[in-house]
Design a binder for this molecule. Sequence first.
Ligand SMILES: *Cc1c(COP(=O)(O)O)cnc(C)c1O
Length: 387
Amino acid sequence: MQFRDLSRQYQALKADIDRAMLDVAASSAYIMGHHVQELERELAEYAGTRHCISCASGTDALTLALKAWGVKRGDAVFVPDFTFFASAEAVSREGATPVFVDIDRETFNIDPADLENKIEATIRKGLLVPKVIITVDLFGLPANYPVIRRIARKHRLLILEDGAQGFGGSINGKRNCSFGDISTTSFFPSKPLGCYGDGGACFTDNDEWAALMDSYRMHGKGSSKYENVRIGMNSRLDTIQASIIQVKLKAFAEELAAVNKAAAEYTARLKNIVQTPAVPAGFMSSWTQYTIKLNDKTERDGLQAYLHSQEIPSRVYYPAPIHRQVAYANLGISEAECPVADELCETVLSLPMHPYISLEEIDEVCNAIERFLHRREGAGENMAALR
Ligand SMILES: *Cc1c(COP(=O)(O)O)cnc(C)c1O
């Protein structure tokens, strides 16, 4: 069993993907070929935004957004403490300061109450200027946008939606990557819509920011490639990757239905024995991860070791909150800053999940979890029964 079986997806879509890749090879339009513009139109239409600007990675997409807004040294950017490192790294690369916000225990997403606390504390201290809230649609579930948008308005902050894991999720039919003033995603292979290498995209309704991000991704170009009006980057999506994503986008609705069916099956089997992931009413996840919570670190680590012994892969996303990463030791963040993020890092476990997982495989994972938990609960009697 694989944790995320990308080869099954390739086998299912092989004829179309092979043709797409070979077409690009034959066309020799390797950089900014017509597939890139076509894909940008298709992605913007899917997300429901005016513009999509593709680029070389999800990390670069965050960077392009921050550059378009002129985020710089002295600015505070609020970032959830429980996410992939890149969400904060992009902020620091622009010289701004990430302010880490704690997590909602049920949804794993940024906690609006702590967000308000951290914004107000930053204003009180007066050392940094609050500019941006980075929300992350962690594991595929949209953040709490109705509430976060109110907070952003009240404090005049911009929302940068890091939808790297969230493409395909929605709230009452409005899709992820349309909730931010600028939103971003990643096409890293294991994300919901992955390519065969690195790739990313920015989404926005704002014409001016779209034009700036288009300029920054190509060496700060002006009206032509050889007129350079600002210091930019080299961050384009390869034509070959765009052509692969176009094929996968056609299969995406079916894959989204499949992961939601798999998640429902896991939840039905596991909801009485572990804490299963919460999906608020009206929300839909794209299930980049299916993540359960155990009672404590001992139980979590024990279960992971047991699953490993049964040849079932599982992962800990994430083993440490960002504020405890060595790279941020210099920020001098106090120990008790984000207690829920600390707790989750000790208790979460992500199970095998992808659109091509079978009901038999889910059954196998759930049976193993049941065996492990019953064995721990029961004394010698149960142990004997299990043998
Ligand atoms: C993967 C990921 C990124 C970075 O995407 P890359 O394409 O790998 O650069 C950023 N934020 C989150 C939340 C991610 O999961």
